[in-house]
Design a protein around this ligand. Structure first.
Ligand code: NDP
Length: 369
């Protein structure tokens, strides 16, 4: 959140004040007794605060992870965790090297905490881990460690549209991950975020990037994009509110869009036209599969092509932002903050201020446009 504040003060400040007022409305107490009888003295929080909760955040080096107030951060790659150091004062954020197949390292990461978040997820299989390894076996190991050390709370971040009958392996493995977590630790809170947007997202930035976008479904897949900061606020609320234990939350934005509609908004915002190439699924899927196997950097996978044909489904039985008293932000109100860097320097955001600027005859474009 700190980083977000620095980069887009207005958006983050608005969200922060919303979270505080939601917490006030819920009437949080200064002292809380956890499920295992441990008293927690809640302090105001902040970079230097001592006391309060100790949380372990698996997957903190990812996109969502950086926005979650974090304490214990298991990591794999030395460089990937650097930006999280500034989330807390010296000693407030503790880094632990871990491996998803090394039970000891997982246990060491969880045993001092009263809440564990599992944000680990992968969109595509890698050489060492397929989707089953990451979403099912990884979850199993973490949930077992949580149960073994009787950690108070476990929050499992799954995905929207997670279903055992989905044509996508990603959604199937996420659904199995939920099942495994609940079977080992029945009080698991399950969180299913919609596709998230924000500074480091793979949604707006993919659409705004210079490379041609290759799709199979003419960008017709529909979903309710959600602001990453809202999801992080919801995860933070779960830490303070034990009524969220054993519940399932579907976190999605207020408006349904097709990918094509979002691409139009992005084009309008960056004042450029980004090209998109459609290749039939029967050709793209095997090519994506080959690329995913042959190249060692993330490109696309066969399952990602398959997911283009799956619209987001909403489980009406699950709880939502409303139950956490959070008002989710609407994508179109924030695209300016996230995409202004893609605009050409040929435009002025403010009317020309000097004689030279007037002479250059750049096009004046009001920031609110
Ligand atoms: P990221 O891809 O940005 O981050 C994933 C995290 O998982 C990273 O910290 C990564 O660690 C870790 N990870 C992946 N594979 C392994 C592994 N084999 N062993 C150990 N750690 C691993 O994800 P997001 O932050 O975007 O998403 C967070 C969660 O939300 C994920 O579970 C994702 O599936 C889910 N989700 C995300 C959506 C989105 O739009 N972004 C939509 C729906 C669900 P490292 O840095 O070391 O690679």
């Amino acid at each position: 959140l700190h980083r977000q504040c620095c980069r887009s003060g207005i958006a983050a400040a608005a969200v922060t004040s919303k979270t505080v007022s939601a917490a006030q409305r819920r009437g949080l107490q200064d002292v809380a007794i956890t499920r295992t009888g441990k008293p927690i003295i809640r302090v105001a929080g902040g970079r230097s605060s001592l006391g309060g909760h100790t949380a372990t955040v698996f997957g903190a080096t990812g996109f969502l992870g950086r926005y979650l107030v974090n304490k214990l951060v298991p990591f794999r790659e030395e460089m990937a965790k650097r930006h999280l150091k500034v989330c807390g004062d010296l000693g407030r954020v503790v880094f632990m090297e871990f491996d998803l197949r090394n039970t000891d390292s997982i246990e060491e990461s969880v045993r001092h905490s009263e809440i564990v978040y599992n944000l680990i997820g992968r969109d595509y299989p890698t050489k060492n881990f397929d989707l089953e390894d990451v979403h099912v076996e990884g979850t199993e190991r973490i949930a077992e460690a949580v149960a073994k050390y009787d950690v108070d709370r476990f929050v499992q971040v799954s995905s929207h549209s997670a279903s055992k009958n989905s044509p996508s392996e990603f959604y199937r493995s996420k659904a199995r991950g939920e099942e495994v977590a609940r079977s080992i630790f029945p009080e698991t809170t399950i969180v299913r975020p919609a596709p998230m947007f924000g500074h480091e997202d793979r949604l707006l930035h993919t659409l705004a990037g210079v490379t041609n976008l290759i799709t199979s479904n003419h960008m017709r897949e529909r979903f309710w994009p959600v602001h990453v900061i809202d999801v992080a606020s919801a995860l933070e609320t779960m830490l303070q509110d034990d009524n969220t234990a054993s519940e399932t939350y579907e976190l999605y934005g207020p408006k349904n869009y097709s990918m094509g509609e979002i691409a139009d908004i992005v084009d309008k915002e960056i004042i450029k036209h980004r090209r998109h190439v459609n290749i039939p699924k029967r050709i793209l899927k095997p090519v994506a599969n080959l690329l995913n196997k042959a190249l060692w950097w993330p490109t696309m996978s066969a399952d990602q092509v398959e997911r283009e044909f799956v619209d987001q489904t909403i489980d009406r039985k699950a709880k939502t932002f409303k139950d956490l008293q959070i008002e989710p932000a609407e994508l179109q109100n924030l695209t300016y903050y996230y995409l202004q860097g893609y605009r050409s320097a040929a435009f002025y955001d403010l009317p020309p201020q000097t004689e030279r600027e007037k002479r250059e005859e750049k096009k004046y474009l009001h920031v609110i446009d």
